[in-house]
Design a binder for this molecule. Sequence first.
Ligand code: SF4
Length: 290
Amino acid sequence: MLVIVTTTQKRMDAPTVRQVQCKSILGESGICDFAVNCYTGCEHACTYCYARFMGRFHHADKPWGSFVDAKVNAPEVLERQLQRRGLFGGGSVFMSSVCDAYQPAEREFGLTRRCLELLVQAGYNVHVQTKSALVQRDFDLLGGRENASLCMTLASADAAVTAWTEPNASPPQDRIETLKLAAKAGVQIKAFVGPLLPGLTDTQESLEALFAQLAKLPLAEVYVDRLNLRWGVWPAVSHALARFAPHALAATKAMLFSASPSRSYNRSLRVTVRQAAEKAGLKAPMNMVL
Ligand code: SF4
């Protein structure tokens, strides 16, 4: 029997959770063939979240992280869409692209689990990416399958940093423990290291500390990414940096807004990542999305 480890850091105020109906749930995606997002909004409230553009279309008056719309008919809609695609439809499905499929609301609604069940039964390749230890609940569906994988996002092993960069996600140690348990349960595991913040989580010291822990895991692949400019990201990140890490503000601004510093940043980050991986003994295949 698996035990779900603690799942909270420093919590923001509870979000407003609404139950809504959706018309479609299996959408095309640039990451896999399809993406399934059972929730609009994400309670994890990461400062750098690229999905915050969703807030323009839903709850424009509320800050990102403060609302969650649970698509309570998602499993029924998915079942219909899969039936329409037929027996040989197939393809790869990313869970999830604009929310965390295992954010706290999933504990109550179980929508991700029910959709996951349908997808694996229908033979789709399912790639789960999360920052939540709650995914342990679904190891029975993900384990022992070639067509399923779990990718844990981890930009830092330092809980003092993630407490303000990813305030409502599981603490880093719980994510690492979850990967360990996933491997034991026969789940193919991966790590997504990013988006890295200049002068904060992209330093040799920070990366080495994280990689030293990842090196102990049988990871199929490690992805590394820097911070990129997306809608609404700079206002949120600059606000958080000014408050928690003012020393990193100028470097982050230069890296994001000037072409030349941005290119040289990519080059030096690749070197730092390689050196940190070597020193930490991280041997898993590395894919730098830089
Ligand atoms: S877990 Fe992902 S979707 Fe949720 S707030 Fe963080 S970055 Fe955004």
